[in-house]
Unconditional design. Structure first.
Lengths: 153, 153, 153, 153
């Protein structure tokens, strides 16, 4: 088995966080205004970097000047979320490249398991000076690999 | 030529609106916070329904109780937009179904033509009472078809 | 001592919640975009009603059709909050009227005690059908009075 | 008449811009979510600096590194604004200090003249490096004074 194939198989753990749907997340139809899901999931990426990977997200941006812009996303919205709903947000790494990574992010009802929405998102590590892609920092790559549970082990 | 094929070919005109990138659209990296593109494009859909199709968008929601939720989107982010940039937002209908339609929405620099981001988005017409799909209202369908420029004419 | 004077003296307890300043709260200057403080504090009011008073905030809005719009606010911004800051949000009731209440809301650094911003805000209970003021619901009034710690007791 | 008294009297002209209330401005009660008024009015300040004063607002922030944070505001909300409403936003200078200025900002219905909300807001010019107050830039001060219509002339 090549190491590349191994990498693909090992990103199994999902990083989870609870979130309540707030008044300010909802639109005049009384349900989550869909751009607000991306704001929530951006917060999940922050928490994952800081707490899941143990890397200071805010120092990454403001001191190390590394950004994590999204270059592509595919989202499916399956069921509505209403004000007051207690949902779970989940993040899994699907692919780890040299300058980009693919995440699968989702929002679901933890009681019923009902999927509300899911997004596959490609993020690139960039220099915030040039807005050009740079290598994923070594500490971030190592933490992602460490967090991975080898499926064959 | 079948009428279905004809429909597919005719949605050629792009609805365009200028937009300035504001301070409140941008993040600590000084560029558009990507969920904000979806807020901008939601405004473009509003303007297209109201001005392009001649249908009162707000009455559609609050009186006729028809919603236009997004069920799927695929977005590509190609270049950053910065505070103060004067961009153009564009909307084209790619597909008109019975209860859904597919739009291609984009943000570009009108001076250079540089594409900043583009999204293909599937919207469904729903009852805001049941949040279930309903037929696209006849006046809306007629306006979309009327607005279309037959490529073969 | 009249009961009105007593009411004025007794709203002493402050409802507190931690909050991290997120990337999406901040502007191109790297600090909290000030309207975002009001979004955060609106969330605090939600939590206070639900958890502090034990009244389902979302049912209040969507089922009982009672709104809590702000009719007046005075805010002072004393020090900046930056991305990643772990702040505390606090809420205290300053005045309980028949159809309105005055809250003092603030954001501070729990480590140093530094006040970031403070707002005195008058909220009115309204019917969401007519958008007119109505009496504060009895269960809400009772919970506010119960939560109060009489300063003279 | 002292020059200070003269300054006080002369800031008469109101800078006006139309704005439509959008779906994304509104909350589950179907009316403007009040923090969103501050986002709209922040955009008005941008337009006033750029178009009213003829000073590039975005260069002020990103190149000259001068910020315009709000240090105090008092807002009154008088009537609700609903999705689809065509309102006018207005800005007037009430006071011009050495490092701060006081603006009166309002949102009204241009058809009936009904005031929706009004805010008196104190802004400080700061260095975005130190977040400390600095003198109002000379070109900005000159433009404000030039724009003023002396009431006695």
């Amino acid at each position: 088995m090549t190491s590349e194939a191994a990498e693909t198989q090992t990103f199994m753990a999902e990083f989870l966080r609870p979130r309540m749907i707030r008044f300010s997340d909802c639109d005049p139809a009384g349900i989550v205004f869909y751009p607000q899901y991306f704001v929530m999931l951006n917060g999940l990426v922050e928490d994952w970097v800081s707490e899941g990977l143990g890397i200071d997200y805010h120092a990454l941006i403001s001191e190390r000047r590394i950004g994590l812009p999204t270059v592509r996303l595919e989202a499916d919205f399956r069921a509505v979320s209403r004000m007051g709903d207690k949902v779970t947000l989940g993040l899994a790494v699907e692919r780890l490249g040299s300058r980009s990574l693919t995440l699968v992010l989702r929002c679901f009802d933890p009681a019923s398991g009902e999927l509300r929405m899911q997004v596959k998102q490609v993020l690139v590590t960039t220099s915030l000076e040039s807005h050009r892609a740079v290598e994923i920092p070594q500490d971030m790559r190592a933490a992602i690999l460490r967090g991975a549970t080898p499926s064959r082990a």
